[in-house]
Design a protein around this ligand. Sequence first.
Ligand code: ZN
Length: 502
Amino acid sequence: MASQVTAGPAVEDGGAPGISAKYEAVIGLEVHAQLLTESKMFCGCRADYAQMPPNTNVCPVCMGLPGALPVMNRKAVEYTILTALALNCTIPEESKFDRKNYFYPDLPKGYQISQYDMPLSLNGHLSFELEGRRVRAGITRVHLEEDTGTLQHAGSVLHTAASSAIDYNRCGVPLMEIVGEPDLRSAEEAREYLVRLRQILTYLGVNDGNLETGSMRCDANVSLRPPGDSQLGVKVEIKNMNSFRAVHRAIQYEIARQAGLLDMGEKPLQETRGWVETESRTVSQRTKEYAADYRYFPEPDLPPLQISRQLVEEITSQMPELPEQKAARLVTQFGLSSYEAGVLTATRASADTFEAVVAGGLPPQAASRWLLGDVAKLETEHRTRLAESGLGVAGLVRLGNLVEKGSINGTTAKALLEELFLSGGDLDDLVQSRGLSMVSDAAELRRMAEEVIAANPKSVADFQGGKEAALQSLVGGVMKLTRGRADARAVTQLLRELLSAE
Ligand SMILES: [Zn+2]
């Protein structure tokens, strides 16, 4: 179950036969997710700060001016509890906020309001399927805090900038921290954990899941130990990973780096390292602060929280169907393969589209085929989802059903899909005016088949002499006469009948 790594220059050699497995990787992820509330955590400023000019979305509370008092955002508390329940956590009846004291330019108050020893939730887990096995990763806690401002360094991404600019718009945005247990054993497991977590957060609608903009951020704690050892090795924290790929690569790099040190008889330092994407390596940022450095104490301006069981029940009753449950249901209810169900439920929007198409009257198998095939291609190509396209869900249902009923064939339908995807249009009208509907009049089709038979005596003789392949050229002839507007299987069947009757 555990993935093991080999020493030295050896990321390339990892897994090669004959190399002994020396170390087991121990990985835990800490994920910060901005909550999609309307206002900030403790004031009335907007939480959606992205498009605003720097330092225009602030007030005395989020700037930490003397005398300003925080007021708790109830929605943020509810979103955190909802997330915690989705991650199988327990919700204590009492919780409180604490001050985490540290000095940094992006933190005007000189402290961050966070949660220390009485978080909103504890003891959950996230489990998922990876390469045919089940991975179960513990969740230590999900707690609530406030985001900091943002710094922009001129000249360098690290701490050597000549000048820095500060934007306080992000200060005080509700930030949920999801602390994972060190239960992950490889970069692949860590990446998948993050993919699944992001999927759950976006299904819940509490976070937009955007790693690039930093509304969802991930830090990884990585250490190595001899396989089977229960003690944890020296832990290194990695930051600055802005994509799933970066998380995977940074952890892979860090595992190899630490293995190299251990092989030389050195111990990795307990420190924070930053992933530098352009150099494909981690670099030391600072030696790790210990919890005591933050001088946590209870936030005196906020009362402790009493979380009534009634509130927990109410939030539980609002829990949407989560991705794994939804995928399982699509398999049992509609007979999809688990692969199809997995792809269709990748996002809540794509799952909703599938269900809308089926509810609209297209058979599930056909709906899946369209959505995973030609529609997915067009969605990517035009960066437009079917639901927002000119064709829309209703248009796809009509188009798909014309094929199901045999009114038009697949090739025609595909061409129409491409033509109408963005613009939309009256399908029935188009089919009619362009004469696209299939030649389904049996008498007409038979007349055409007979014409082709009469014109191709050699193929007929070949087929009747036992050459199956000769039939194909006759089918081709009929399809040509119908200008592609016939069902090739039906034509084949008809030709067989006519030729055996001769
Ligand atoms: Zn404010």
